[in-house]
Design a protein around this ligand. Structure first.
Ligand SMILES: *Cc1c(COP(=O)(O)O)cnc(C)c1O
Length: 366
């Protein structure tokens, strides 16, 4: 009845598919010991140094957070070798994405990205009145030449997820260089590096290598994955100070809460936690891949902390059956991959339980 109040591009938006709270699922299913491998979270929990830092902030919760994000930006500045003016922090990197489309996109202008990739790119573009132009992956990899081909005079932003969620595939240095050389002027390139901390292939460039005052590139990173702070919501963007400055004008001053600021700063210094996380993820995915190889199940080799697995049957059925046995994974139907599931590396015992349940559901003998 309120159609007249809302722009059509909002009324026709498909909402991001949220999951139910774990506790609610368990109550409905009558189980108590479920494991969640569906959101690419850190199986080790939060960084212990981040937890300590939060505790010290608790008695200051009556104060507004630091709107300048002074200490966190100092820490990031040391970590990345960039000036604080080249950094913008957000309520998750999701918020930086939203600031990007609000800052740089006029209604009717186009955003190009890959598909399947992170669903929020399309949702946020449409939400800003933009036109989303997804270019299909080629052999599960982002097709940069295809993206160049898709550029029109209305193209304003190109978003590249490296490594790409949900495939775990990467863009290599040579491909990047060719892409940047072919890029017409007037287009801003966004590199979403949510999973870059898991990459150990030296041929995968960090967006950082490409940051220069005259290059229209912005990198995005998050504390939600490798640093184990998804619940606190903190991420950041980096790029030329002039571009960052425009976004900062739109940022609401207290967008990153004080606990998140303190935790993120401490997590940056928690080198031991990051190393343990990387080792656990690598060993976990290696183990899962070896077992899938033995079973003859196909998957896409991953540079991130998750794995895209081909189940050759409706992924929703596999999801439902695994859910009933307390193993929560992601069915990929909403990513146009109806016969694939995505699972992230868990603790060793979680990986074992995933495989046990998966084998049962897929009809393999023990
Ligand atoms: C998880 C994820 C993010 C979102 O991170 P937040 O900082 O939690 O908002 C961004 N991009 C991709 C591709 C992701 O998978």
């Amino acid at each position: 009845m309120f159609e007249a109040l809302v722009p059509e591009y909002i009324a026709t938006l498909a909402a991001y598919p949220p999951g139910k709270p774990l506790e609610e699922l368990e109550r409905e299913l009558g189980i108590t010991d479920s494991i969640k491998l569906a959101s690419n979270e850190n199986p080790l929990g939060p960084s212990p140094l981040a937890l300590q830092a939060i505790t010290k902030q608790l008695d200051k919760l009556h104060r507004y957070p630091d709107a300048s994000l002074y200490y966190l930006k100092q820490g990031l500045s040391r970590h990345l070798g960039l000036a604080p003016e080249q950094l913008i922090c957000g309520n998750g990197s999701d918020e930086i994405l939203e600031l990007l489309v609000r800052t740089f996109l006029l209604p009717g202008q186009e955003v190009i990205s890959a598909t399947p990739s992170f669903l929020m790119y399309g949702i946020l573009t449409q939400g800003a009145g933009g036109v989303f132009r997804p270019v299909p992956l080629k052999d599960f990899r982002i097709d940069l030449p295809g993206i160049i081909q898709a550029i029109t005079p209305k193209t304003r932003l190109i978003i590249i997820n490296n490594p790409n969620n949900p495939t775990g595939t990467v863009v290599r240095r040579r491909e990047w260089d060719d892409f940047l050389a072919a890029l017409p002027p007037g287009i801003l390139v966004v590199v979403d590096e949510a999973y870059i901390d898991f990459v150990d292939d030296p041929d995968v460039p960090h967006g950082l290598e490409y940051i220069g005052a005259d290059r229209p590139i912005i990198g995005l990173r998050t504390f939600s994955k490798a640093y184990g702070l998804a619940g606190l919501r903190v991420g950041y963007g980096y790029g030329p100070a002039a571009l960052i400055g425009y976004m900062d004008r739109l940022r609401s001053p207290f967008n990153v809460n004080s606990l998140a600021q303190a935790a993120a700063l401490a997590a940056l210094e928690d080198h031991d936690f990051l190393a343990r996380t990387r080792r656990l993820v690598k060993e976990g995915l290696d183990f899962i891949c070896r077992e899938l190889d033995r079973l003859g199940i196909a998957y896409i080799p991953s540079h991130a902390n998750f794995l895209l697995i081909r189940v050759e049957r409706p992924s929703g059925e596999v999801y439902d059956q695994m859910l009933r046995q307390g193993v929560i994974i992601r069915a990929m139907a909403s990513y146009q991959l109806p016969e694939y599931i995505r699972v992230n590396a868990g603790l060793p015992e979680e990986n074992q339980r995933f495989l046990r349940t998966f084998k049962k559901v897929m009809g393999f003998a023990d």
